[in-house]
Design a protein around this ligand. Structure first.
Ligand code: ADP
Length: 266
């Protein structure tokens, strides 16, 4: 609590009273703290790949450059790390746009079946490589949905890539698209992978929150995918939730309204 004292002075009579203002600064302090944490996280996340890149470049300089196989491998590592930095910076740019309320949701009628099939197609190589089965189940009565296709595509991309990242070879992923009541469409991505410990679930949509930092980094993760997904779904007037059980699997579900929100064009 911030306390300020202001004396009340009357001419000729000196101080006749004091105004005491008690200000609850908890929220402000929380905000400041989360800003500080965010900057620390960003710095750390950027420094890690940079340090790796630097040490591999030094190794190349120190002689690895003359051994073709080694050189190729080291160049590969630095390229991967640079790619991850680009992804991270892109994710941060997205988030900063959302933070400054510059997220422009450009909704249009989108064929949902086609969209989901395109997402699956994009991952087919990875799925085949790791022998992961993916089942797509769509209510045949659902044709189109009023969404910003690029943004929802980004959400689906994040969810499917997480399901693949955190599922062992030969695993199974199910994408389900159903109606929920009269006014909502529900889309879920479910896997039978690693799962998330109970104690971590309530923080999982926070920026940079990861159950296993090393694992996420090795998989090329930025720790921002779920928080971006949440921003996008919220901006669509929807909701996103996650259920998970350790060693059993994870299910992320989001709902999108089929009715038109106030101020939206039909
Ligand atoms: P990341 O880039 O690390 O995957 P996300 O924001 O997408 O970042 O996810 C945050 C964390 O949530 C991940 O690091 C991982 O620990 C956990 N997570 C997300 N999806 C899954 C999943 N399908 N199965 C298990 N853990 C998951």
């Amino acid at each position: 609590v911030k306390v300020t004292f202001t004396p009340i002075q009357r001419r000729g009579r000196g101080v006749t009273g004091t105004i005491i203002v008690l200000q609850d600064v908890t929220e402000q302090e929380k905000l400041n703290q989360s800003r500080r944490e965010f900057v620390a996280n960003v710095s750390h996340e950027l420094r890690t790949p940079l340090t790796t890149i630097k040490s591999y470049l030094e190794a190349l300089e120190d002689g690895a450059l003359n051994e073709a196989d080694l050189a190729k491998r080291f160049v590969g590592v630095t390229r991967n790390e640079a790619d991850r930095m680009i992804r991270l910076v892109n994710d941060l740019l997205h988030l900063s746009r959302y933070d400054s309320n510059q997220m422009v949701v450009m909704k249009r009628e989108t064929e949902i079946k086609q969209m989901l099939e395109d997402v699956v197609d994009r991952f087919s190589f990875q799925l085949n490589q790791r022998n992961i089965k993916l089942m797509l189940s769509i209510d045949p009565s659902i044709y189109t949905l009023m969404i910003d296709p690029d943004k929802i595509d980004q959400v689906l991309d994040n969810l499917v890539s997480n399901a693949i990242k955190y599922t062992a070879d030969e695993g199974e992923i199910i994408i389900n698209c159903r109606r929920k009541g009269q006014d909502w469409i529900e889309i879920s991505v479910e896997d039978n992978g690693l799962g998330i410990p109970k104690k971590d679930i309530h923080r999982i949509f926070e920026r940079f929150y990861r159950v296993d930092k090393a694992r996420s980094r090795n998989m090329g993760g930025t720790g921002l995918g779920l928080s971006i997904a949440k921003e996008i779904i919220n901006a669509h007037g929807g909701e996103i939730t996650l259920e998970s059980e350790l060693h059993k699997g994870t299910k992320v579900t989001f709902i999108i309204p089929t009715f038109h929100l106030e101020g939206e064009q039909k």
